[in-house]
Design a binder for this molecule. Structure first.
Ligand code: KIV
Ligand code: ZN
Length: 514
């Protein structure tokens, strides 16, 4: 059995299915470039049939990525497969990932199809996908609750039809590590042509077991794991890439395989995904949480000082914690700025756009002495948020807080080109600013989440704020960054309002009957 564990990243597809985590085309390209630096083997860039915007995003990622394979998701339908094939046309290496549900509950109640019909769709989809690429993956959706005999039959048939990877998804996060691993072993042993395909797993985290289930599958012969940065994904998310990769790397005594991941890129990639999607990383999150390598107890600190391995099983620098180094400063020139941006996956479409970004960089460098990669990423996120079709723009903000007085804020906005000013009091300056903005935009949305993270360390660090708004079942995340967190908060609220106001139409891969 191969000793290479293939890492299939689905941050841009399943990750984007987290409520409010939708990403623009350019944001997806930036994340894809970061995943490429991380040396991910396969990047699932999206579901091209979902909407013209999703198609364009997959196409843009396919054009930008040179080293990793770029994958597009397609239901087992001709039109989806043709869309995926077209979106991936320019990729150096492409994969089509097609799927159909195989559990009794999904076949009877969602698809309203007999198992034999499901088999026909699966085989036809794989054959059609092979017209576009030799690299075809098939997933029996809800495999965790599917009957093993039926899985054996359908998987044998799709391998014969040309599928090269068989992905076993625990779609609803129901599996337990031991039986799930045993199931993978059984499938590999029972399917006569199993040696012609690589077995993969795709685990959801509803019971907090996505990583454990994935690792159990690896111990039983799976050689591809589908995962996401920070464990982002539908509902409770997917298996976290960083946890799977570091478990396999740290416990070489247990696993007889390893990945090609450059682990020193993990933290940078995690911060980028968190900043673009607005999903903060909890401080105690394994590997990428701010406290993951912090020792609080005196006994632990003493032990680590005497000998690091007394309490540390991994080195912080091996996952990129020390990568937070100064890259540019006040005296850096336009060329240094441009070339660092290119390394971060940002290409300026015109000299004018470069000039605007460089001007912003200079303004930031005036306020903040050392500029880190994370600052540059936030600067680009900010600049690209402004180029979104924004109906509401922030013109001015004044916020006052004084001991013994009620905090208040005065906000001037431009709404559809018209300037208006609102004033409100609140229990803090952020609350007052949000109330003043709401008086003007009348979004009637509810704030589901407000979070502030400092992008780098030091009191001059930029604060990065996420505001999640909900209105009539639609959830959007807004982001803002500034060295002043009240300003960052107002920007984030306005960004979320703009996203709520933007037209929205895309289909969900798993929502339709097929
Ligand atoms: O969870 C799931 O079953 C999926 C499939 C499309 C692989 O995301
Ligand atoms: Zn999934």
């Amino acid at each position: 059995m191969s000793d290479k564990l293939i890492i299939f990243d689905t941050t841009l597809r399943d990750g984007e299915q987290s409520p409010g985590a939708s990403m623009t085309r350019d944001e997806k390209v930036r994340i894809a470039k970061a995943l490429e630096r991380l040396k991910v083997d396969i990047i699932e860039a999206g579901f091209p049939a979902a909407s013209p915007g999703d198609f364009e995003s997959v196409q843009a990622v396919a054009r930008a990525v040179k080293e990793s394979t770029v994958c597009g998701l397609a239901r087992a339908l001709d039109k989806d497969i043709d869309q995926a094939g077209a979106a991936l046309k320019d990729a150096r290496r492409s994969r089509i990932h097609t799927f159909i549900a195989t559990s009794p509950i999904h076949m009877q109640l969602k698809l309203r199809m007999e198992p034999d019909q499901v088999m026909e769709y699966a085989v036809a989809a794989v054959k059609r996908a092979r017209n576009y690429t030799d690299d075809v993956e098939f997933s029996p959706e809800d495999a965790g609750r599917s009957e093993e005999d039926f899985l054996c039959r359908i998987l044998e048939a799709v391998i014969a039809a040309g599928a090269t990877t068989l992905n076993i998804p625990d779609t609803v996060g129901y599996a337990m590590p031991l039986p799930f691993g045993q199931r993978i072993r059984n499938l590999i042993e029972r399917i006569p042509n199993a040696d012609k395909a690589i077995f993969s797993v795709h685990c959801h985290n509803d019971l907090g077991l996505a990583v454990a289930n994935s690792l159990s599958a690896v111990l039983n012969g799976a050689r591809q794991v589908e995962c996401t940065i920070n464990g982002l994904g539908e509902r409770a998310g997917n298996a976290a890439l960083e946890e799977v990769v570091m478990a396999v790397r740290t416990r070489r005594d247990v696993f007889s395989c390893d990945t090609s991941i450059d682990t020193r890129e993990i933290v940078t990639c995690s911060k980028l995904v968190s900043s673009i999607t607005g999903f903060p990383v909890q401080p105690n999150k394994a590997i990428v949480g701010a406290n993951a390598f912090a020792h609080e107890s005196g006994i632990h600190q003493d032990g680590v000082l005497k000998h690091r391995e007394t309490y540390e099983i991994m080195r912080a620098e091996d996952v990129g914690w020390s990568a937070n180094r100064m890259v540019l400063g006040k005296h850096s020139g336009r060329n240094a700025f441009r070339s660092r941006m290119v390394e971060l996956g940002v290409e300026f479409e015109s000299e004018e756009l470069l000039n605007v970004a460089f001007q912003r960089f200079k303004e930031l460098a005036d306020k903040k002495h050392d500029i880190f990669d994370e600052d540059l990423q936030a600067l680009i996120t900010e600049a690209s948020l402004e180029t979104e079709d924004e109906r509401v723009k922030l013109v001015a903000l004044k916020a006052c807080a004084e001991t013994g007085e009620t905090p208040e804020a005065r906000v001037t906005l431009k709404i559809d080109g018209e300037e208006a000013t609102g004033h409100a009091k609140g229990c803090g300056v952020v609350d007052a600013s949000f109330k003043a903005i709401e008086l003007l935009v009348l979004s009637a949305a509810t704030v589901q989440l407000y979070s502030v993270n400092s992008i780098t360390s030091g009191t001059d660090a930029q604060g990065e704020v996420t505001v999640r708004l909900e209105k009539a079942g639609r959830i959007v995340n807004g982001q803002g960054a500034d060295t002043d967190i009240v300003m960052a908060s107002a920007k984030a609220y306005i960004n979320a309002v703009n996203r709520l106001l933007a037209p929205h139409k895309r289909s969900h891969p798993q929502a339709d009957n097929l």
